[in-house]
Every structure is written in structure tokens, then in C-alpha cells.
Design a protein around this ligand. Sequence first.
Ligand SMILES: C[S@@+](CC[C@H](N)C(=O)[O-])C[C@H]1O[C@@H](n2cnc3c(N)ncnc32)[C@H](O)[C@@H]1O
Length: 295
Amino acid sequence: MPEEVLHWLDLKVGGTYVDGTAGAGGHSCLIAHKVGPQGRVIGLDRDAAMLELARRTAADQGMTLDLHRSSYADAGTVLERLGIDAVDGFLVDLGLSSDQLAWTDRGFSFQSDGPLDMRFDVSGDRPTAAEIVNEWTETELADIFWKYGEERHSRRLARAIVERRRTAPFDKTGDFAQVIRRAMPGPRGRIDPCTRVFQGLRIAVNDELGELERLLERVHEWVRPGGRFVVISFHSLEDRMVKHFLRDSIAWEVLTRKVVTATEAEQEGNPRSRSAKLRAARRRSEAEEIRERNL
Ligand SMILES: C[S@@+](CC[C@H](N)C(=O)[O-])C[C@H]1O[C@@H](n2cnc3c(N)ncnc32)[C@H](O)[C@@H]1O
């Protein structure tokens, strides 16, 4: 949603912006063009391989981005290191990039056979997907598939996984995908059941909702009064968290009264954008916060 991102960030020439999920650098480069050489774009990503892609995207356009391997939830540490008190806008475009999905060796896709990994940060301390499916209890697995994957056969699936791992632990996506498909009852629908299960597992591996919660609690400290916070989410749980948080926070004035979705033209060209939801907010000043508190 490039146009929408640029609009809601209300970019200023010479401004400083954080792209908390730099990914392949698409949004970061668009922002960098708008803020010009006097401005600054700080791009964060948990995945070092994505930062390398972002660096190349920028280099191809004759630009350099200020890129750091960090969770967006730890942006405060990066900003402190850079000597930046507050920024004019903070963007996060949550989830997985199509590049990561295509990298077989990262284990995000059920359409190719790779290691059951799914970590955004392969050097971090999060468990791999294999560790979760081989070691977590049946109830914990069912909860992941139900809550994060919205899979209604979550219990049946967790049982099948636990039964199978007794004889042979999982280590490959292909093998795991086959067990999922076999465990599903009835005729196959339009959507491969692996879609929901892989999504649930990825969210658990990376503690994606926990990271989002940490961000929501802190982001007001890093954005100057009048500055913007823009979130694009793909999962209803994430969107709900953002919506409720912004509505209840005195630090933020919600600008998107109705959630913003991709235009029809974008949805046609990019099927992933069909589930994208954008919300934007403006950082209130201290005086506005006091007024809000007294309302
Ligand atoms: C949808 S992609 C972003 C695409 C990007 N907007 C672009 O224009 O190319 C999401 C990115 O967020 C990264 N990511 C996921 N969780 C993160 C976190 N907690 N902190 C920083 N980056 C994260 C992923 O590694 C991935 O590269």
C-alpha cells in the first residue's frame, strides 16, 4: 500500500522516519525519496538477509539507508545509539515478506521442502518451528493452531502431530505438510490447510503478537508530538490489537476512523494486499494528553 503509507505518514522534507520492518526496502526507499537528502530513514528488520536486500534496493536507486538488525520493539535502543530523541513517523508493515517465503532454506513455505525453521532472526534465541512441533505439548500446539492459525481442526491436528513425532521427529517442511494434510477430515477446500497451520506456527516461533504488544507500549516515547504512527497488519488478531490499543491510548489520536484497505487495482496485482489493513495515528502533545485525560 505504498500510496497510503506515504499519505498517512505525512512525510516532511528533511524529516526523520523509522521503517520498523524494512523488508526488501520498498517503503524505506519511497520514504527516503520524499524526505530528500536532508532527511533520514532508519530501517529495522529482525532478518539480516532482508536487510541485505533493502541495502541492495537502495543502492540500485543510488541511495543509502540507515539499516539495523533489530526488532521494531527495540527501536528505542537503536535510536538512543544514534543520538535521536524522537522521530517524525514510525511505520510497521507486519508479517512475512514474499522474499522470505521464497527462500526454501528458511522453512516458511509448505510448497517446497526445507528445514522446519521459520525464525526471522536465525541468530536469536527463539525456538525453531521444529523445536516447537517436536517439543511442545499437544494442548500448546492445538492452542497455536487455533489462536494464531484460526484452524478449527486444531485439536485433531495436534494429536496427529504428537502421535507421529513419537516415532520420527519432524525436521522438514514437506514431511510436516503431509502430516497436516492427512490429518484433515473431509474434502479439501480452496485453501490448503497448511496455510493456516504454517501461519500459526510462524507467529508462535517469532512471538509476533508479543513483539507487537511491546511496540504498542513504547512507540509513543519515540515519536515527537504531531508525528505519525502507521501500522499495516495482515492478521485479524494483530489488527484488533492495534485498533483497541490506539482507541484507548491518550498518547495517540486515531486518524483512520475506518480501517484503510488496498485499492482494487492493488489487490488485483498483488493478492497478498487483499488482507492488508492500515491504521494511522497522530502523536498528541503533552497539553493535548492532559486535555484528553480530563475529558
Ligand atoms: C511484510 S515485510 C515488510 C516489507 C517492506 N515494507 C518492504 O517494503 O519491502 C515484513 C518484514 O518484517 C520483518 N519483521 C517481522 N517481525 C519483525 C520485528 N519484530 N522487528 C523487525 N522486523 C520484523 C520481517 O523479517 C520482514 O522482512
